[in-house]
Design a protein around this ligand. Structure first.
Ligand SMILES: [Zn+2]
Length: 486
């Protein structure tokens, strides 16, 4: 296999780094003046150069011929780093080595002076993943580091790193890289590799990578290996579209299976990459709507492969799909108002997961989140068909209206199911004359006839869910209109 482009084009010195100039300049100056700290903390999104700069830093401080804060890339030391043979640079991925044993092992290693280099450099990637015990052990080391030991801690989630650690480090905040800089770098690589390309295509890759150079170069790598001829805008468009759809499909399927952690991870990843949560929710809703129509009426979609529709449809019931859609429809509204756009979606994923696993999610969170929207639903009768129906009936018959108000409405396969607490109420609505009044009003409000079925509620407990259910009915009608009957 050929070397991945990203590895092949790793920067060899600070000058070659794309973006992060505020950091490379500071480090270069510090090295030039011989002012080196014992601990550095690199924080920022993934794929923006944290590890690359950490490695350049380790090489440069050990170079035997530093010039203006840059490594010579020629001396024995530089060569050992370039060849990946520098035994005094120790890289630890905290995501897979998060325990106390690794840190103890590290503490043992620290005691020994470097073998060849001047400094022993420990790069701990994803440092936020360490356990509490491991952090404590690390803290002890940072409190009294040997003169030859230097730490570079890197993280994408600074809020998970204890303050005691942060305060011992010189902190550098990495930024997403400007799209223009990424495009220029992609162009540079393409020229060196002899790729033919449309500039617009490279720009699209840069935008898609949302500030992550590593993702951008990986995508370029992928595209160039697909098609040796030319990298075109159209090709990039279709690749990006496919990737997005696949991600939506994965989240939908995981949700339908009642999973919570995996979809949350995907959302987290999306946010870290600077993705648009609102757009994601919109796409997810559109996708699930197609699944719903497929389940109800075997209606196939032009945009979504049948295989995707089938898989999600088979993993869930109609009732669950309505629940999912109803919860997500609220997310769309809330995300736009939230200062943390991903939060409503995250809460929704937890609720959906619990609901599908048969756990009760109606708690404080549920009430707080839905408070605003359910109030809107109740007062905004224009969009709430059930409320509209009640009003319509009230104008013709007061007693039917009163009995209906006590019912829990639910639409199931084109049937309006009304659940009553008392047998007496149920019987009154089932009365032929009253039922006719009701059916006439339904046809008028919903624009089509719906069969009415009256049932008795199973005990008092369900009464609490009244508001929620009328919401679901209104929402499902709002979303699916007449198509609900199939
Ligand atoms: Zn050197």
């Amino acid at each position: 296999m050929t070397t991945a482009l990203y590895r092949k084009y790793r920067p060899g010195n600070f000058e070659e780094v794309t973006g992060q100039e505020h950091i490379t300049k500071t480090l270069k100056n510090a090295i030039g003046m011989g002012q080196i700290s014992h601990a550095y903390l690199f924080t920022g999104p993934r794929g923006v150069g944290k590890t690359s700069i950490a490695r350049i830093f380790a090489k440069t401080i050990n170079c035997k011929d530093i010039k203006k804060g840059e490594a010579c890339n020629k001396c024995v030391m530089c060569k050992s780093f370039i060849d990946g043979k520098a035994i005094d640079m120790i890289e630890i991925d905290a995501a897979s080595n998060r325990g106390i044993d690794e840190i103890r092992d590290l503490r043992d290693k620290i005691k020994f002076a470097p073998n060849q280099a001047k400094y022993k450099v420990f790069i701990i990637d994803e440092v936020h993943m360490l356990t509490k015990e491991a952090f404590n052990a690390l803290l002890k080391t940072l409190e009294e580091p040997p003169a030859h030991a230097i730490f570079v801690l890197a993280t994408t989630e600074i809020h998970k790193v204890p303050d005691t650690i942060i305060s011992r480090c010189q902190r550098f905040d990495f930024e997403r890289i400007n799209t223009k800089l990424i495009t220029a770098r992609l162009e540079d690589i393409s020229k060196k590799e002899g790729f033919e390309y449309e500039l617009k295509a490279l720009e699209m890759i840069a935008v898609e990578a949302s500030g992550g150079l590593r993702d951008a170069i990986s995508l370029l790598d992928q595209v160039s290996s697909f098609n040796a001829k030319k990298i075109t805008e159209m090709e990039i468009k279709s690749i990006i579209g496919r990737a997005d759809l696949e991600q939506i499909f994965n989240v939908a399927l995981l949700m339908a299976k009642g999973k919570t952690k995996e979809p949350l991870d995907i959302i987290n990843d999306l946010v870290l990459r600077g993705g648009d949560v609102n757009q994601f929710v919109k796409n997810l809703l559109e996708f699930l709507r197609e699944v719903f129509l497929f389940k109800l009426a075997r209606r196939e979609s032009e945009k979504i492969p049948k295989e995707y529709l089938e898989k999600v449809s088979n993993a869930t019931s109609e009732r669950e799909l309505i629940d999912i859609l109803e919860i997500l429809a609220n997310v769309e509204k809330q995300s736009k108002l939230s200062s943390l756009p991903q939060l409503p979606l995250e809460i929704a994923l937890v609720k959906i997961g619990m609901s599908i696993r048969g756990q009760i999610y109606e708690g404080i969170i549920e009430k707080k989140v839905s408070e605003k929207s359910s109030k809107e639903m109740i007062t905004d009768t224009g969009s709430n068909k059930w409320e509209e129906l009640l009003l319509e009936i009230k104008s013709s018959n007061h007693s039917v209206h009163a009995f209906l108000k006590a019912a829990d409405p639910e639409i199931d396969k084109g049937v309006l199911v009304l659940a009553f607490l008392y047998q007496f109420h149920k019987e009154r609505i089932e009365d032929v004359k009253n039922k006719m009044i009701l059916e006439k009003a339904i046809a008028k409000v919903y624009g089509e006839p719906l069969r009415v079925k009256c049932v008795l509620k199973k005990g008092e407990k369900m009464k609490k869910e009244e508001d929620k259910k009328s919401d679901i009915v209104a929402k499902s009608i709002e979303i699916f209109g007449g198509e609900i009957v199939g």
